[in-house]
Design a protein around this ligand. Structure first.
Ligand SMILES: *Cc1c(COP(=O)(O)O)cnc(C)c1O
Length: 368
């Protein structure tokens, strides 16, 4: 049997190892925040935002940001039905209700018309998730947010490297969040970050992130409110600092792998892949193929064909409203239909051209 092709695998060089080693040996006492501060500074500069707080996960960053916006029991938060549950769970933990709306057929991201139609007096936020590196229509969503006085949050966990008309994903909303889980383009093992340009929101989240102890508090062990504990460790941040030095390389390799797939697979007339329209750069976290309805190629058929060839391929996100803990919204036609005829392709940094050929070969064979 041929070697297994994994769908993701981080790129860890001697640089990451040397920084992590230094943090483990020396990053204590006075120096216990050095790499964290450096990582936050590098990330802010990369994104072009004023404030950043490194966290233990993207989910934690979303939880604190939403708490700081005052989202709570009885409130509604609008998000796409197509997504990983991590965006919905903080909403539920805060006692609010996620409202699942449909996605656009080409970008697989929030449909702004559906967003506007879902707004009620209870709506407290709109979460724009840039799925697989594809960008939401931020201009339209921000206009809707402004019109109704509702903040637009960007969950950019999958969109490091994506740029929307000159602005980086995660830098346009009320706040943005990223994930550095081992499957993401930039990794710290587990980890995340909260970013914003809003000074007041930053102060609130900073206090929440420090068990509710505000910066100005001079009394020791004196929390000013009940907060959270979602911090990134200095050792994780050390790995992150090395990855940030390599961010352009990490993103351009993702884009290169995506381009190789796109060149071969979009020749097939009934296949579409992640879009990249005028004025947009797709960070290409997860190259994905979607078959037209009439091609008659199902998710199950795709999964079987890939596993027969020892290739890891991931299913397109199930509609969240299909899960047992939520009520189903089958009127979200695209969110319910697209996953049934789609698959995510392996795209890690060191994937070889031969392995890319093997992956495209599976699809070409199925199609014939
Ligand atoms: C990966 C991911 C998350 C969760 O990130 P964690 O760091 O694992 O909490 C959240 N939202 C989206 C869209 C993701 O892809």
């Amino acid at each position: 049997m041929s070697n297994r092709i994994y769908y993701t695998k981080p790129s860890i060089t001697d640089l990451e190892v040397s920084y992590a080693t230094d943090a483990a040996k020396n990053g204590w006492g006075d120096r216990c925040y050095d790499y964290i501060n450096r990582f936050e500074a590098a990330f802010k500069q990369h994104l072009g935002v004023k404030y950043a707080i490194a966290t233990s996960s993207c989910t934690g960053a979303l939880h604190m940001g939403m708490a700081a916006l005052g989202i709570g029991p009885g409130d509604e938060v609008i998000m796409a039905d197509t997504n990983w549950i991590a965006t919905a769970s903080p909403i539920v933990h805060l006692g609010a209700k996620p409202i699942f709306v449909d996605i656009l057929e080409d970008s697989w991201c929030l449909d702004p018309i559906q967003v506007e139609a879902a707004i009620t007096p209870k709506t407290k936020a709109i979460v724009a998730v840039h799925l697989y590196g594809n960008l939401c229509e931020m201009d339209r969503l921000l206009v809707i947010g402004q019109k109704y006085g509702i903040p637009v949050i960007e969950d950019a966990a999958e969109a490091i490297g994506s740029v929307y008309h000159g602005k980086r994903a995660g830098s346009m909303g009320k706040f943005g969040t990223f994930s550095f889980h081992g499957t993401k383009t930039l990794t710290t093992g587990e980890g995340g970050i909260f970013v914003t340009n809003d000074a007041e929101l930053y102060e609130n989240v900073l206090t929440l992130s420090n068990h509710g102890r505000s910066r100005g508090q001079t009394k020791q062990f004196w929390p000013d409110m009940v907060g959270f504990k979602y911090k990134m460790s200095n050792i994780q941040a050390a790995i992150g600092c090395a990855q940030m030095e390599r961010i352009d390389e990490l993103v351009s390799r993702k884009r290169e792998v995506f381009a190789k797939y796109r060149k071969q697979l979009t020749q097939i007339s009934s296949v579409s892949m992640n879009p990249e329209s005028e004025g947009i750069v797709n960070g290409a976290w997860m190259p994905t193929v979607v078959f037209d309805l009439d091609a008659n190629i199902s998710r199950e058929k795709l999964q079987m064909a890939f596993s027969a060839d020892n290739i890891d391929a991931r299913v397109f996100f199930w509609p969240l409203s299909d899960l047992d803990m939520f009520s189903s919204v089958e009127s979200n036609v695209n969110a319910w239909s697209i996953p049934k005829r789609s698959i995510n392709l392996p795209s890690y940094h060191e994937i070889s051209d031969e392995d890319i050929e093997r992956v495209t070969g599976v699809i070409k064979k199925l199609y014939r």
